[in-house]
Design a protein around this ligand. Structure first.
Ligand code: KIV
Ligand code: ZN
Length: 385
Protein backbone atom coordinates (compact mmCIF):
# COMPACT_ATOMS: atom_id res chain seq x y z
CA UNK A 1 0.00 0.00 0.00
CA UNK A 2 1.33 3.45 -0.90
CA UNK A 3 0.92 6.16 1.74
CA UNK A 4 -0.77 9.28 0.40
CA UNK A 5 -0.16 12.44 2.41
CA UNK A 6 -3.15 14.65 3.11
CA UNK A 7 -2.52 18.41 2.95
CA UNK A 8 -5.55 20.24 4.28
CA UNK A 9 -6.04 23.83 3.17
CA UNK A 10 -9.40 24.54 4.82
CA UNK A 11 -7.80 27.34 6.84
CA UNK A 12 -6.30 29.00 3.74
CA UNK A 13 -7.98 28.15 0.41
CA UNK A 14 -11.17 27.11 2.23
CA UNK A 15 -11.27 30.38 4.09
CA UNK A 16 -10.99 32.22 0.76
CA UNK A 17 -14.50 31.08 -0.10
CA UNK A 18 -17.03 33.95 0.21
CA UNK A 19 -18.45 34.22 3.72
CA UNK A 20 -16.16 31.55 5.19
CA UNK A 21 -13.64 33.70 7.04
CA UNK A 22 -12.82 32.58 10.57
CA UNK A 23 -11.51 34.45 13.59
CA UNK A 24 -8.42 33.43 15.54
CA UNK A 25 -10.27 31.35 18.11
CA UNK A 26 -12.20 29.51 15.40
CA UNK A 27 -9.04 28.86 13.40
CA UNK A 28 -7.33 27.33 16.42
CA UNK A 29 -10.38 25.18 17.14
CA UNK A 30 -10.40 23.95 13.53
CA UNK A 31 -6.62 23.37 13.53
CA UNK A 32 -6.80 21.19 16.65
CA UNK A 33 -9.63 19.18 15.10
CA UNK A 34 -7.64 18.75 11.86
CA UNK A 35 -4.76 17.46 13.96
CA UNK A 36 -7.13 14.95 15.57
CA UNK A 37 -8.33 13.98 12.10
CA UNK A 38 -4.72 13.09 11.31
CA UNK A 39 -3.88 15.41 8.41
CA UNK A 40 -0.19 15.24 7.50
CA UNK A 41 0.00 18.94 6.69
CA UNK A 42 -2.33 21.85 7.40
CA UNK A 43 -2.02 25.16 5.62
CA UNK A 44 -2.88 27.57 8.41
CA UNK A 45 -3.17 30.69 6.26
CA UNK A 46 -1.41 33.28 4.14
CA UNK A 47 0.80 35.04 6.69
CA UNK A 48 1.35 38.26 4.72
CA UNK A 49 -2.34 38.69 3.84
CA UNK A 50 -3.24 40.56 7.06
CA UNK A 51 -2.05 40.97 10.65
CA UNK A 52 -4.95 38.73 11.71
CA UNK A 53 -3.87 35.98 9.32
CA UNK A 54 -0.28 36.25 10.54
CA UNK A 55 -1.41 35.91 14.17
CA UNK A 56 -3.60 32.93 13.30
CA UNK A 57 -0.82 31.08 11.44
CA UNK A 58 1.62 31.78 14.28
CA UNK A 59 -0.80 30.60 16.99
CA UNK A 60 -1.73 27.46 15.06
CA UNK A 61 1.97 26.72 14.46
CA UNK A 62 2.63 26.96 18.18
CA UNK A 63 -0.33 24.82 19.26
CA UNK A 64 -0.32 21.97 16.73
CA UNK A 65 2.19 19.23 17.50
CA UNK A 66 1.46 16.30 15.21
CA UNK A 67 0.88 17.84 11.78
CA UNK A 68 3.21 19.93 9.65
CA UNK A 69 2.02 23.56 9.63
CA UNK A 70 2.46 25.56 6.42
CA UNK A 71 1.98 29.17 5.46
CA UNK A 72 1.40 30.28 1.89
CA UNK A 73 3.76 32.90 0.40
CA UNK A 74 4.02 34.43 -3.06
CA UNK A 75 7.47 33.92 -4.58
CA UNK A 76 8.70 37.17 -3.07
CA UNK A 77 11.24 37.71 -0.28
CA UNK A 78 8.83 39.79 1.86
CA UNK A 79 6.16 37.06 1.70
CA UNK A 80 8.64 34.30 2.49
CA UNK A 81 10.08 36.29 5.43
CA UNK A 82 6.59 36.74 6.85
CA UNK A 83 5.63 33.10 6.28
CA UNK A 84 8.76 31.91 8.08
CA UNK A 85 8.18 34.33 10.95
CA UNK A 86 4.70 32.82 11.37
CA UNK A 87 5.59 29.11 11.18
CA UNK A 88 9.09 29.00 12.63
CA UNK A 89 7.95 27.82 16.08
CA UNK A 90 6.06 24.82 14.72
CA UNK A 91 7.28 21.31 15.50
CA UNK A 92 7.31 20.75 11.76
CA UNK A 93 7.16 24.00 9.74
CA UNK A 94 6.74 24.33 5.97
CA UNK A 95 6.98 27.32 3.64
CA UNK A 96 4.65 26.99 0.66
CA UNK A 97 5.58 29.37 -2.12
CA UNK A 98 3.91 29.74 -5.49
CA UNK A 99 4.23 31.37 -8.89
CA UNK A 100 2.07 31.03 -12.00
CA UNK A 101 3.45 29.11 -14.98
CA UNK A 102 0.66 29.25 -17.59
CA UNK A 103 1.09 31.56 -20.60
CA UNK A 104 -2.12 33.39 -19.74
CA UNK A 105 -1.04 34.12 -16.15
CA UNK A 106 2.56 34.97 -17.07
CA UNK A 107 1.48 37.36 -19.81
CA UNK A 108 -1.51 39.11 -18.26
CA UNK A 109 -1.05 38.81 -14.51
CA UNK A 110 2.68 38.63 -13.92
CA UNK A 111 3.74 40.43 -17.12
CA UNK A 112 6.86 38.27 -17.17
CA UNK A 113 8.56 36.02 -19.68
CA UNK A 114 8.87 32.27 -19.02
CA UNK A 115 12.62 32.79 -18.45
CA UNK A 116 11.92 35.40 -15.76
CA UNK A 117 9.38 33.12 -14.09
CA UNK A 118 11.83 30.21 -14.11
CA UNK A 119 14.48 32.39 -12.50
CA UNK A 120 12.16 33.88 -9.89
CA UNK A 121 10.77 30.48 -8.87
CA UNK A 122 14.26 29.03 -8.52
CA UNK A 123 15.66 31.99 -6.60
CA UNK A 124 12.71 32.14 -4.20
CA UNK A 125 12.85 28.43 -3.43
CA UNK A 126 16.56 28.91 -2.68
CA UNK A 127 15.65 31.86 -0.48
CA UNK A 128 13.02 29.87 1.44
CA UNK A 129 15.38 26.90 1.81
CA UNK A 130 17.77 29.05 3.81
CA UNK A 131 15.10 29.27 6.51
CA UNK A 132 13.49 25.88 6.33
CA UNK A 133 14.24 22.37 5.10
CA UNK A 134 10.59 21.80 4.15
CA UNK A 135 9.70 23.94 1.11
CA UNK A 136 6.78 23.36 -1.24
CA UNK A 137 6.62 25.03 -4.63
CA UNK A 138 3.29 25.39 -6.46
CA UNK A 139 3.13 26.16 -10.17
CA UNK A 140 -0.11 28.13 -10.16
CA UNK A 141 -2.42 27.27 -13.08
CA UNK A 142 -0.22 24.23 -13.81
CA UNK A 143 -2.99 22.39 -15.65
CA UNK A 144 -3.08 25.15 -18.31
CA UNK A 145 0.71 25.43 -18.51
CA UNK A 146 3.01 24.16 -21.23
CA UNK A 147 4.09 20.71 -20.02
CA UNK A 148 7.75 21.05 -21.01
CA UNK A 149 8.06 24.46 -19.37
CA UNK A 150 6.41 23.05 -16.25
CA UNK A 151 8.92 20.20 -16.13
CA UNK A 152 11.79 22.68 -16.50
CA UNK A 153 10.46 24.75 -13.59
CA UNK A 154 9.96 21.69 -11.35
CA UNK A 155 13.41 20.31 -12.12
CA UNK A 156 14.96 23.67 -11.29
CA UNK A 157 13.04 24.24 -8.01
CA UNK A 158 13.82 20.72 -6.79
CA UNK A 159 17.46 21.42 -7.51
CA UNK A 160 17.09 24.68 -5.53
CA UNK A 161 15.72 22.83 -2.47
CA UNK A 162 11.99 22.18 -2.89
CA UNK A 163 10.98 18.85 -1.38
CA UNK A 164 7.37 19.10 -2.57
CA UNK A 165 6.24 20.19 -6.03
CA UNK A 166 2.56 20.98 -6.32
CA UNK A 167 0.52 20.79 -9.52
CA UNK A 168 -2.62 22.89 -9.03
CA UNK A 169 -5.64 22.79 -11.27
CA UNK A 170 -6.22 26.36 -10.16
CA UNK A 171 -9.33 27.02 -12.24
CA UNK A 172 -10.82 23.51 -12.17
CA UNK A 173 -10.21 23.10 -15.91
CA UNK A 174 -8.66 19.67 -16.28
CA UNK A 175 -10.37 16.28 -16.57
CA UNK A 176 -9.35 12.94 -15.00
CA UNK A 177 -7.86 11.47 -18.20
CA UNK A 178 -5.91 14.60 -19.04
CA UNK A 179 -4.66 15.09 -15.46
CA UNK A 180 -3.53 11.45 -15.30
CA UNK A 181 -1.47 12.06 -18.44
CA UNK A 182 -0.03 15.29 -17.09
CA UNK A 183 1.17 13.74 -13.82
CA UNK A 184 2.63 10.79 -15.72
CA UNK A 185 4.44 13.19 -18.07
CA UNK A 186 5.92 15.15 -15.16
CA UNK A 187 7.01 11.93 -13.46
CA UNK A 188 8.75 10.77 -16.62
CA UNK A 189 10.33 14.06 -17.63
CA UNK A 190 11.64 15.66 -14.43
CA UNK A 191 14.96 13.91 -13.84
CA UNK A 192 15.18 14.63 -10.08
CA UNK A 193 11.47 14.03 -9.32
CA UNK A 194 12.36 11.18 -6.93
CA UNK A 195 13.69 13.82 -4.50
CA UNK A 196 10.26 15.45 -4.06
CA UNK A 197 6.70 14.63 -3.17
CA UNK A 198 4.35 15.05 -6.11
CA UNK A 199 1.40 17.04 -4.84
CA UNK A 200 -1.86 17.95 -6.55
CA UNK A 201 -4.41 20.64 -5.73
CA UNK A 202 -7.74 20.47 -7.54
CA UNK A 203 -10.56 22.96 -7.76
CA UNK A 204 -14.10 21.99 -8.52
CA UNK A 205 -15.32 24.35 -11.25
CA UNK A 206 -16.45 21.43 -13.44
CA UNK A 207 -17.37 19.25 -10.47
CA UNK A 208 -14.29 17.10 -11.13
CA UNK A 209 -12.03 18.03 -8.20
CA UNK A 210 -12.26 14.66 -6.48
CA UNK A 211 -12.14 12.61 -9.71
CA UNK A 212 -9.06 14.55 -10.87
CA UNK A 213 -7.37 14.02 -7.49
CA UNK A 214 -7.99 10.27 -7.66
CA UNK A 215 -6.67 10.11 -11.22
CA UNK A 216 -3.53 11.89 -10.01
CA UNK A 217 -3.09 9.39 -7.17
CA UNK A 218 -3.25 6.60 -9.74
CA UNK A 219 -0.61 8.36 -11.81
CA UNK A 220 1.73 8.55 -8.82
CA UNK A 221 0.88 11.68 -6.80
CA UNK A 222 1.99 11.30 -3.19
CA UNK A 223 0.22 14.31 -1.64
CA UNK A 224 -3.34 15.53 -2.13
CA UNK A 225 -4.48 19.02 -1.22
CA UNK A 226 -8.10 19.42 -0.22
CA UNK A 227 -10.55 21.03 2.17
CA UNK A 228 -13.24 19.86 4.56
CA UNK A 229 -16.70 19.92 2.93
CA UNK A 230 -14.93 21.04 -0.26
CA UNK A 231 -15.09 24.71 0.73
CA UNK A 232 -12.89 27.09 -1.27
CA UNK A 233 -12.70 29.69 -4.02
CA UNK A 234 -15.68 29.68 -6.47
CA UNK A 235 -17.01 26.09 -6.70
CA UNK A 236 -14.55 25.05 -4.01
CA UNK A 237 -11.66 22.64 -3.64
CA UNK A 238 -11.68 18.85 -3.80
CA UNK A 239 -13.37 17.58 -0.64
CA UNK A 240 -11.08 15.79 1.82
CA UNK A 241 -13.79 13.44 3.07
CA UNK A 242 -14.66 12.29 -0.46
CA UNK A 243 -11.07 11.58 -1.52
CA UNK A 244 -10.21 9.84 1.74
CA UNK A 245 -13.33 7.65 1.75
CA UNK A 246 -12.89 6.81 -1.95
CA UNK A 247 -9.35 5.61 -1.24
CA UNK A 248 -10.53 3.81 1.88
CA UNK A 249 -13.52 2.12 0.24
CA UNK A 250 -11.59 1.25 -2.94
CA UNK A 251 -8.23 0.28 -1.42
CA UNK A 252 -8.44 -2.82 -3.57
CA UNK A 253 -8.22 -0.66 -6.70
CA UNK A 254 -5.92 2.19 -5.66
CA UNK A 255 -3.56 0.20 -3.42
CA UNK A 256 -3.10 3.43 -1.50
CA UNK A 257 -4.16 4.75 1.88
CA UNK A 258 -4.04 7.91 3.96
CA UNK A 259 -3.35 8.32 7.66
CA UNK A 260 -6.74 9.95 8.24
CA UNK A 261 -8.69 8.87 11.30
CA UNK A 262 -11.91 8.44 9.36
CA UNK A 263 -14.14 8.41 12.46
CA UNK A 264 -13.22 12.10 12.90
CA UNK A 265 -14.58 13.02 9.46
CA UNK A 266 -18.15 13.70 10.52
CA UNK A 267 -17.25 15.73 13.64
CA UNK A 268 -14.78 17.78 11.56
CA UNK A 269 -17.38 18.41 8.87
CA UNK A 270 -19.90 19.57 11.48
CA UNK A 271 -17.35 21.88 13.06
CA UNK A 272 -16.61 23.55 9.70
CA UNK A 273 -20.32 23.98 9.03
CA UNK A 274 -20.91 25.60 12.38
CA UNK A 275 -17.82 27.83 12.30
CA UNK A 276 -18.30 29.09 8.72
CA UNK A 277 -22.09 28.99 8.60
CA UNK A 278 -21.70 27.43 5.15
CA UNK A 279 -24.33 24.68 4.94
CA UNK A 280 -23.88 21.53 2.86
CA UNK A 281 -26.56 20.05 0.65
CA UNK A 282 -28.47 17.04 1.98
CA UNK A 283 -27.24 14.74 -0.78
CA UNK A 284 -23.55 15.72 -0.41
CA UNK A 285 -21.42 12.57 -0.52
CA UNK A 286 -20.15 11.22 2.84
CA UNK A 287 -21.29 14.04 5.15
CA UNK A 288 -24.66 15.20 3.74
CA UNK A 289 -27.75 14.62 5.89
CA UNK A 290 -29.01 11.96 3.46
CA UNK A 291 -25.67 10.26 2.76
CA UNK A 292 -26.65 7.27 4.92
CA UNK A 293 -30.44 7.62 4.81
CA UNK A 294 -32.63 4.99 3.17
CA UNK A 295 -36.29 5.49 2.37
CA UNK A 296 -37.39 3.08 -0.34
CA UNK A 297 -38.94 -0.20 0.74
CA UNK A 298 -36.66 -2.33 -1.43
CA UNK A 299 -33.55 -0.66 -0.03
CA UNK A 300 -34.78 -0.81 3.55
CA UNK A 301 -35.63 -4.49 3.17
CA UNK A 302 -32.12 -5.18 1.87
CA UNK A 303 -30.53 -3.11 4.64
CA UNK A 304 -32.42 -4.98 7.33
CA UNK A 305 -31.22 -8.28 5.88
CA UNK A 306 -27.60 -7.16 5.39
CA UNK A 307 -26.33 -3.57 5.46
CA UNK A 308 -23.79 -4.12 2.69
CA UNK A 309 -26.65 -4.54 0.18
CA UNK A 310 -27.00 -0.77 -0.09
CA UNK A 311 -24.10 0.67 1.91
CA UNK A 312 -20.55 0.71 0.53
CA UNK A 313 -19.16 2.10 3.79
CA UNK A 314 -20.60 2.17 7.27
CA UNK A 315 -21.83 5.38 8.90
CA UNK A 316 -19.72 4.41 11.91
CA UNK A 317 -16.57 4.57 9.76
CA UNK A 318 -16.98 8.35 9.37
CA UNK A 319 -18.04 8.90 12.97
CA UNK A 320 -21.83 8.69 12.64
CA UNK A 321 -23.44 6.38 15.14
CA UNK A 322 -25.97 4.76 12.82
CA UNK A 323 -27.56 4.85 9.38
CA UNK A 324 -30.97 6.47 9.09
CA UNK A 325 -33.96 4.52 7.94
CA UNK A 326 -36.30 7.29 6.93
CA UNK A 327 -39.91 6.24 6.92
CA UNK A 328 -41.85 7.76 4.05
CA UNK A 329 -44.25 6.73 1.29
CA UNK A 330 -41.57 4.57 -0.40
CA UNK A 331 -40.93 2.52 2.72
CA UNK A 332 -42.08 -1.06 3.06
CA UNK A 333 -43.61 -3.22 5.74
CA UNK A 334 -40.25 -4.65 6.87
CA UNK A 335 -38.86 -1.27 7.87
CA UNK A 336 -42.18 -0.25 9.45
CA UNK A 337 -42.33 -3.41 11.54
CA UNK A 338 -38.66 -3.03 12.52
CA UNK A 339 -39.34 0.52 13.72
CA UNK A 340 -42.35 -0.63 15.77
CA UNK A 341 -40.19 -3.23 17.51
CA UNK A 342 -37.44 -0.65 18.15
CA UNK A 343 -40.05 1.66 19.67
CA UNK A 344 -41.12 -1.11 22.02
CA UNK A 345 -44.40 -2.26 20.42
CA UNK A 346 -45.54 -5.87 20.13
CA UNK A 347 -48.48 -6.04 17.75
CA UNK A 348 -50.22 -9.02 16.22
CA UNK A 349 -50.00 -9.56 12.46
CA UNK A 350 -53.51 -8.07 11.97
CA UNK A 351 -52.66 -5.04 14.12
CA UNK A 352 -49.52 -4.45 12.11
CA UNK A 353 -51.52 -4.73 8.86
CA UNK A 354 -53.94 -2.06 10.10
CA UNK A 355 -51.20 0.21 11.36
CA UNK A 356 -49.23 -0.20 8.12
CA UNK A 357 -52.28 0.83 6.03
CA UNK A 358 -52.73 3.91 8.22
CA UNK A 359 -48.99 4.65 7.90
CA UNK A 360 -49.14 4.58 4.07
CA UNK A 361 -52.11 6.99 4.07
CA UNK A 362 -50.22 9.33 6.40
CA UNK A 363 -46.97 9.02 4.39
CA UNK A 364 -48.82 10.22 1.29
CA UNK A 365 -49.58 13.45 3.12
CA UNK A 366 -46.22 14.00 4.87
CA UNK A 367 -42.65 14.07 3.54
CA UNK A 368 -41.38 11.87 6.36
CA UNK A 369 -43.17 10.04 9.13
CA UNK A 370 -41.63 10.56 12.54
CA UNK A 371 -41.38 8.18 15.49
CA UNK A 372 -44.08 10.27 17.21
CA UNK A 373 -46.43 9.59 14.25
CA UNK A 374 -45.71 5.86 14.46
CA UNK A 375 -46.38 5.85 18.16
CA UNK A 376 -49.72 7.54 17.51
CA UNK A 377 -50.60 4.96 14.84
CA UNK A 378 -49.63 1.99 16.98
CA UNK A 379 -50.87 3.44 20.24
CA UNK A 380 -54.39 2.06 20.31
CA UNK A 381 -53.39 -1.45 19.32
CA UNK A 382 -50.31 -1.88 21.43
CA UNK A 383 -49.34 -4.30 24.10
CA UNK A 384 -46.48 -2.06 25.22
CA UNK A 385 -43.42 -3.91 26.59
O1 KIV B 1 -5.43 27.06 -6.62
C1 KIV B 1 -4.24 27.35 -6.53
O2 KIV B 1 -3.49 27.42 -7.51
C2 KIV B 1 -3.71 27.66 -5.20
C3 KIV B 1 -2.23 27.75 -5.08
C4 KIV B 1 -1.82 28.93 -4.33
C5 KIV B 1 -1.69 26.47 -4.53
O3 KIV B 1 -4.46 27.73 -4.26
ZN1 ZN C 1 -6.38 26.72 -4.71
Amino acid sequence: MRHIKVFDTTLRDGEQSPGCSMNLEEKVQVALQLEKLGVDVMEAGFAIASPGDFEAVKTVAEKVKNSTVASLARALPKDIDRAWEAVKNANSPRIHTFLATSDIHMQYKLKKTPEQVLEQATEMVKYASKYCSNVEFSAEDASRSNKDFLCKVFESVIHAGANVINIPDTVGYTTPDEFYEMITYIKNNVSNIHKADISIHCHNDLGLGVANSLAAVRAGATQIECTINGIGERAGNAALEEIVMALETRKDFYQAQTGIQTTEIYPTSRLITSVTGSLIQANKAIVGANAFAHESGIHQHGMLANKSTYEIMTPESIGLTENKMVLGKHSGRHAFEDRLINLGYQLTKEEIDDAFKAFKLLADKKKTVTDKDIEALAGEKQVHT
